[in-house]
Design a protein around this ligand. Sequence first.
Ligand SMILES: Nc1ncnc2c1ncn2[C@@H]1O[C@H](COP(=O)(O)OP(=O)(O)OP(=O)(O)O)[C@@H](O)[C@H]1O
Ligand SMILES: [Mg+2]
Length: 318
Amino acid sequence: MNRTAYTAHAPSSGTDHTNPATANTAPDETPPGGEGPTGRGSANREHSPATVKVDVPGANGEDSPSTVKVDVRGLNFWYGDFQALTDINLPIYYQHVTALIGASGCGKSTLLRCFNRMHDVQGGNHYQGAIQMQPEDINLIGPETDPMLVRLKIGMVFQQANPFPKSIFENVAAGLRIRGIKDRTVLQETVERSLQRAALWDEVKDRLDMPAFELSGGQQQRLCIARTLAPEPELLLLDEPTSSLDPIATAKIEDLITRLGKEVTILIVTHNMQQAARISDYTAFMHLGELIEHDDTETMFTNPHQERTESYITGRFG
Ligand SMILES: Nc1ncnc2c1ncn2[C@@H]1O[C@H](COP(=O)(O)OP(=O)(O)OP(=O)(O)O)[C@@H](O)[C@H]1O
Ligand SMILES: [Mg+2]
């Protein structure tokens, strides 16, 4: 895959919410020069204090395909005294699907919840490092960054569909109303477009006033995806979105993710190796809170560089 790379100044090193003096510096993200992504074996990479070479959205400051939309740099995270993530370095490519795999308890959901500052709601949690989002170059976990602003930019869908106790229409419109959009035409157009993007429109267009709970489980999950898409998130986080669905509903969501992945930047957690192989462009493998390997999905599944990755994807542990 062809990527443009240039040297950007490292952002104000990392972030330590409790002790800035110990914050990590940005890692050396030597770009792939047209080969694979930069993250391979990234857990062991050396940190470089001054500059960081990284694929970032174009020099004009706008997003463009094949660039890094969000860059996780030297991320550590603690639940109280328990360190759940250790020195995670992971580029998330713009308008591509990145799959996060690894055994239960390795920290996949914990990593996902760092992106939208969900951990802030539990006292004693503590981030260190940086999650840098382009093109604004915001550190999503920086103490100076308002978590509400972060949540407006990032959408998340969970394992269990969680529609609001409202109509189908109002579920999809919810995020727009929070942003102060009241114009009926804008709401209607956006709800329709979002339901179409979530491949649900044809099934619900004649019953938009029906309570969302009357939809099937698979439809509820697509409704949650439509609700998340409506405000046009810059990053879509999906935490095992199909694990409670049957194969037909799963296939619909997989098709949807494959299509959406060409226009939205997606990070998806899955326990299903076939699913990761089918729908993702890049795959990251985690083990015990560390990122063991990250590469394009084909390489990860056919020629992984780390033995632990191979053992996991071939089912020898996990
Ligand atoms: N709220 C919490 N407080 C304290 N520890 C937690 C909390 N949530 C998760 N952990 C711990 O953090 C580690 C990572 O958990 P996490 O839920 O991120 O794993 P996971 O990879 O998503 O697992 P699964 O595949 O089972 O969903 C585990 O050891 C877990 O016990
Ligand atoms: Mg999880």
